[in-house]
Design a protein around this ligand. Structure first.
Ligand SMILES: Cc1ncc(COP(=O)(O)O)c(C=O)c1O
Length: 530
């Protein structure tokens, strides 16, 4: 028999909870136990019920104690059972839902008006807070795992990885140290070792999952400078007045951000016409800098174009110059798992450090970046925090993930990828990545076949950048806004060398050719001009 959670719903009913947002009209008609939610296009009936709770406390939220106390928040009561069930039920619907709309942002005044005050002295109750999240706050967030989300770099987690993210929260693992989280750290390390081997790094390579590519790049570059300082000081060499990072002019903005945090300079080197940074240009930069360059960053799949730098020719310079090679593969390094594009990444095996973001093209939920060092001891020397209360951890030789990046406390954010990889195996990942590369090349051919479209560059991985001949930036903006208003796709305007364009970033294996062709068909002049 199911127990109905009714307290919050009744209070919603009393307040006539009608919500009209640009993407959904949500009206809560409360029928004692049922919340009916007509949404644009579809009508959903949602019943918030608890599972059979035989043998467990049966109190519903109606009976919850009014006074907030530590016992109320932390003990298992009928109230907590009911709200955990409703949160899991929402999560179940969202993870398994196949028609979650793209949705769109609301303005701050709109959200203020519709949401009202939720944080007050006595709380608004779980039912109301969850209803507000499901029907107002979540629909005001663009669904980044939607298969027609093609902007920036999307997110396309496997259902398995997303589901396991709930398990990570439920398990309350502290995964900064081996002492506290050995099981979780062991599983994360197996993934890092697997990735390191896929990328051609030697046995012994390892690292840590951090929040995202920005923190991964920063942590790697901090280790690189620390290493340069130590080795040069040990050799009695003079240290440069200013340290410099060399990267492509098309490198991700997080490299410049890292340099600002570290107070070092960046020398941006022009890539070839095709967009790849070449060893010859890096050689000239290294000669020009006369030893002040401590790191060269090669990009393994640029964000804008998905172009891979000529990593082999850059890595070969290590024979003649002393520098740390960092490969920023936040988006693209996953392409090394596909036989179609593996050869583009020749030379990665010589990297001193690299990153790849599972929340991009390795189908994990936000947020996770795998940061891997060729020699993890160098990362450890740079990042271990020292304090009396941490001696108990630092005095051991165990693998403490917090030693390898700018962080201390950490979530076991590599576990969703571990669970999904363990479930399906590497071949499934190779196939999924390959399918997006094939689709990108296929749609590039379609673009080339159309008179009103122009491919800006031949795609290498799964980003396709193209122009609608004759369109201004305003035309792209109007087209993009209309696609989102129609809940058809999320595709944003971009530009290259001052010329406006747009791009499809394809990482979701369920995106189809037909859908993309349909979007190209909307680029008729009248479509943009209204
Ligand atoms: C090549 C590259 N490096 C770094 C980043 C930054 O990663 P994050 O957004 O996870 O911090 C991105 C993000 O798109 C990227 O594409």
């Amino acid at each position: 028999m199911a127990n109905t959670i009714s307290t919050g719903i009744r209070s919603l009913c009393k307040q006539t909870f009608d919500i009209a947002t640009p993407t959904r009209t949500t009206k809560l008609h409360i029928h004692t136990s049922t919340t009916r939610i007509p949404t644009t296009g579809t009508s959903t009936s949602v019943q918030l019920t608890t599972a059979n709770t035989a043998g467990r406390p049966q109190r519903t939220q109606d009976e919850a104690p009014k006074a907030t106390s530590a016992a109320r928040m932390h003990s298992v009561t009928g109230e907590t059972i009911a709200l955990v069930d409703s949160v899991l039920e929402y999560s179940r619907r969202r993870i398994l839902g196949t028609d979650t709309p793209l949705d769109k942002p609301l303005s701050e005044p709109e959200l203020n008006r519709v949401v009202g005050t939720t944080v007050n002295e006595n709380g608004i109750g779980a039912s109301r807070a969850l209803a507000l999240f499901e029907h107002v706050l979540a629909p005001a967030c663009i669904t980044s795992d939607h298969r027609q989300y093609l902007a920036f770099i999307p997110n396309a987690p496997t259902k398995t990885a997303t589901a396991f993210d709930l398990v990570v929260s439920a398990t309350a693992v502290y995964s900064g140290s081996w002492m506290e989280g050995s099981g979780a750290v062991h599983a994360e390390n197996e993934v890092l070792t697997w990735l390191a081997s896929e990328f051609g790094l030697p046995a012994g390579a390892g690292g840590v999952f951090v929040q995202g590519g920005t923190i991964g790049n920063l942590s790697a570059l901090v280790a690189a400078r620390d290493h340069a300082r130590r080795t040069r000081a040990n050799a009695g060499a003079e240290l440069p007045a200013r340290w410099t990072i060399i990267c492509s002019a098309e490198a991700h903005s997080s490299i410049a951000a890292a340099a600002r945090v570290m107070d070092v300079d960046v020398l941006k080197v022009m890539p070839s016409d095709g967009g790849a940074l070449e060893g010859s240009a890096v050689r000239a930069a290294l000669e020009q800098l006369e030893g002040s360059a401590f790191a060269v960053v090669a990009t393994g799949g640029s964000t804008n174009f998905g172009i891979v730098d000529d990593i082999a020719s850059i890595a070969a310079l290590k024979d003649d110059f002393d520098f740390w090679l960092h490969v920023d593969g936040a988006y693209g390094l996953a392409g090394m798992l596909s036989p179609l594009t593996r050869a583009l990444f020749d030379g990665v095996g010589r990297a001193d450090s690299l990153i790849v973001d599972p929340h991009k093209w390795l189908f994990a939920p936000y947020d996770a970046c795998a940061l891997i060092y060729r020699d993890p001891d160098i990362g450890k020397l740079a990042h271990t925090q020292h304090a009396e209360y941490l001696d108990a951890l630092n005095d051991s030789n165990e693998w403490n993930p917090s030693d390898y990046a700018i962080q201390l406390t950490r979530r076991a954010r590599g576990l969703p990828l571990w669970f999904s990889l363990a479930t399906y195996g590497g071949a499934a990942y190779r196939n999924a990545i390959t399918s997006s590369i094939e689709l990108a090349h296929d749609i590039a051919l379609e673009i080339e076949s159309r008179e009103n479209l122009r491919l800006v560059r031949q795609p290498q991985l799964s980003v396709v950048v193209f122009e609608r001949v004759g369109w201004s930036g305003a035309d792209y903006a109007a087209w993009s806004a209309r696609l989102l208003d129609d809940q058809r796709a999320f595709v944003t305007p971009s530009s290259h060398l001052g010329m406006p364009n747009t791009r499809f970033a394809i990482i979701n294996p369920t995106t189809t050719r037909e859908q993309l062709v349909g979007l190209l068909d909307t680029m008729h002049p009248r479509t943009a001009m209204g």
